[in-house]
Every structure is written in structure tokens, then in C-alpha cells.
Design a binder for this molecule. Structure first.
Ligand SMILES: [Zn+2]
Length: 143
């Protein structure tokens, strides 16, 4: 793959520098057959440095998860060498199956098959709370 000339694929841009690899794993790109390029510490006019992920296939992306992990990123969808869509994932109102509730008394710790689900309690500060016990989500508790 020649970096910069994707015919069909997605470009995940404005990833905070150093977090590209993390996103690569969250998106399960390591388990896919498609070609992936991770560009680390690319120059960014706005943020100094950034990471970029380029995938040479139009894959399904979990925008809720992307918005939760890095709300400043942009996703370009490219078809026939033309950018057909630019998506700015936002903090989702609800997020399920991405973060776990750490409260040992929460119903999700006894009911193993229950999906961990959080609601956005404070958009300005990006604070999520468990829908079952109202415990605040920790940023590091991504599944
Ligand atoms: Zn809970």
C-alpha cells in the first residue's frame, strides 16, 4: 500500500499522538486481513503531533467506541480515490460493551452475561455513569 493513495478504504486521522496502536487493537485491526498503516507522530497544524491509521478496505467501524476513546478524531471514507464522507465521531449518549463497571456490588459483576452499559452524564467533561448503579466510568476501564 502506498501511504497517501488509498483507492477504497478508511483514514482515521487526528488520533492523539501515541494512541494509534491502542485504537488499532480496539478496532480489532490485528485480526483483519486488510492492509493497515499506522503513522506515528505525524505533523499536525492544530495539535502538534498526531497518529493516523489507514486501512485499504472500507471496514465497519464502531463510531460510538471511537467517539468515546478519542472524540477529536476524524474518519474519512474513501471510494475510487475520492473522499465520499468525513465523519466526526462524537461522545455517544450511551455506550455498551466498551467499558466495564468497576463497582463490585453492581449487578453487572454478578450477572456475567449482562452487557456493561453507560450513559453520558456530563458531555462537557466526558463523564459516563453505569446505567445500573450510577458509578462513574474510569477512562482506563476499556474492555
Ligand atoms: Zn455498575
Amino acid at each position: 500500500m502506498i501511504i497517501g493513495s488509498i483507492v477504497n478504504g478508511v483514514v482515521i486521522d487526528h488520533i492523539p499522538a501515541g494512541r494509534g496502536m491502542e485504537l488499532y487493537h480496539y478496532l480489532k485491526l490485528d485480526r483483519m486481513e486488510c492492509q493497515v498503516a499506522l503513522i506515528k507522530n505525524a505533523h499536525s497544524r492544530k495539535h502538534g503531533k498526531k497518529d493516523i491509521l489507514k486501512v485499504n478496505e472500507v471496514i465497519e467501524l464502531d463510531f460510538d467506541m471511537l467517539g468515546y476513546i478519542a472524540p477529536q478524531i476524524t474518519v474519512d471514507i474513501i471510494r475510487d480515490s475520492v473522499r465520499i464522507e468525513k465523519i466526526h465521531p462524537e461522545l455517544p449518549e450511551r455506550i455498551a460493551g466498551v467499558i466495564r463497571c468497576r463497582n463490585p456490588r453492581c449487578i453487572t459483576s454478578s450477572e456475567q452475561e449482562l452487557r456493561h452499559e453507560f450513559r453520558l452524564a456530563d458531555r462537557e467533561n466526558g463523564i459516563y455513569r453505569c446505567i445500573y448503579c450510577d458509578t462513574k466510568a474510569e477512562k482506563q476501564s476499556v474492555i
